[in-house]
Design a protein around this ligand. Structure first.
Ligand code: PLP
Length: 398
């Protein structure tokens, strides 16, 4: 192993899990408390109320001791029944995995295909729903931010598309790689179930996930027939009312969650979103300066949290990732599906600042050279120029 790996911090530039800030680590590094004792309810109530402000909802948010996949399953088993049709859009790997999960549960998912280089097109969703005159489709499931490609889908527009088609389907949205880093409004956008996870924008370790619910989703839950026990919203909502859980929750993760929520509000959610937008734009400028393409081909769908860098045909992105890890102790995300081996993903979400992004881009630029992949120098310079101009603009109010 290269000696340079032993000093300094590992650069975790995958699109989640993301680095956990010291303040959150310190908050979690505390004795475990009695989850039935009087002190616990104070912690839990803070979490249960605080997380609503991140989803922007006044309804309950269910907190699971599970990864995002569990919250995916929970969203479906609480609202649907065996044989129900659900409409999904094949934005990439995660939409595909969610579809497979739905199939295993006995649902009938239908996938609107894409070339993995765009997000979910509201016009296609609307057209399909208009065809469904008998209202057989019970839910529209969209991955807000497709982590495997860096495509962000316009959820408010999808809501309008469902309304325009006068279709009663539930809207279920996965925000695992967008929550607390891209603008999101559960109530205002009329989302019925929002699925979230701890390990990305919330800056926590993996292992906690969420379902934000609407009144319509709660109504659907009352008649939904898919089997559920651990995932059942009903027991959770009842127990949460008094500040407790039906089982032993991840108490130390709740301490961390409370600090994460504080940190996000201290910065201000709009500032958090602007910071992510700035880092995404800096990254895209670097990619273009290298002479490469951003995988997502339509600016409408650019993700503020993840950029997939498409290398020219014949080049191996996994070699770049291995060389950068070996020499600079930095991790980038791998590629999937039709572009397997052709792209690497730079995560720019969570506890990241301008210099983190510059380091992440410098690791890639040096890695390209060491890997012998032909490129134009100057990507890091282009990103620095953009960041300087963004700060000058902020200083002069432009
Ligand atoms: N959905 C999206 C968009 C994701 O990015 C991920 C994980 O990266 C998942 C679902 C699955 O979540 P988990 O790996 O936490 O189970």
């Amino acid at each position: 192993k290269n000696a340079s790996r032993t000093a300094g911090r590992h650069f975790l530039q995958i699109p989640g899990p993301t680095p956990v800030p010291d303040r959150i680590l310190r908050a979690m590094d505390t004795p475990v408390i009695d989850h039935r004792g009087p002190g616990f309810a104070t912690v839990a109530k803070q979490s249960l109320e605080g997380i609503k402000t991140i989803f922007k909802t006044t309804n309950p948010v269910i907190i699971y001791t599970a990864t995002g996949t569990g919250a995916w399953e929970a969203a479906l088993v609480n609202t649907l029944s065996a044989g129900d049709k659900v409409l999904m859009v094949e934005t990439g790997q995660f939409a595909t995995l969610w579809k497979k999960l739905a199939e295993k549960l006995g649902l009938k998912p239908e996938l609107i295909p894409t070339d993995w280089r765009i997000g979910a097109d509201p016009a296609l969703v609307e057209a399909r729903l208009r065809e469904d005159k008998g209202h057989e489709i019970k839910a529209v499931c969209i991955v807000h931010n497709e982590t495997s490609t860096g495509a962000l889908s316009p959820i408010a527009e999808i809501r309008k598309a469902i309304d325009a088609a006068k279709h009663p389907a539930l809207l279920i949205v996965d925000t695992i790689s967008s929550l607390a880093s891209a603008d999101y409004r559960h109530d205002e956008w009329g989302v019925d179930v929002t699925v979230g996870g701890s390990q990305k924008g919330l800056m926590l370790p993996p292992g906690m996930s969420f379902n934000a619910v609407s009144d319509k989703a709660l109504k659907a839950a009352a008649t939904s027939k898919l089997p559920k026990s651990f995932w059942s919203w009903e027991d959770m909502i009842a127990a949460n009312k008094t500040g407790y859980f039906p089982y032993t929750p991840a108490t130390n993760m709740l301490h961390g969650l409370n600090v994460a929520i504080d940190m996000l509000h201290e910065e201000g959610l709009d500032n958090v979103f602007a910071r992510h937008d700035r880092h995404a734009e800096a990254t895209r400028r670097a990619v273009r300066a290298w002479g490469f393409e951003v995988l997502v081909k339509d600016a409408k769908y650019f993700s503020p949290t993840i950029t997939a860098v498409l290398l020219p045909e014949g080049q191996n992105a996994d070699k770049l990732r291995a060389v950068a890890l070996d020499n600079f102790d930095i991790s980038y995300g791998l590629s999937f599906g039709p572009f397997f081996g052709r792209f690497f993903r730079i995560g720019h979400l969570g506890d990241t600042n301008d210099l983190t992004i510059i380091a992440a881009l410098a690791g890639a630029e040096m890695g390209l050279e060491l890997a012998g992949i032909p490129f134009k120098k100057g990507g890091v310079q282009a990103a620095m120029d953009y960041l300087v101009s963004a700060h000058q603009g902020a200083a002069t109010g432009k």
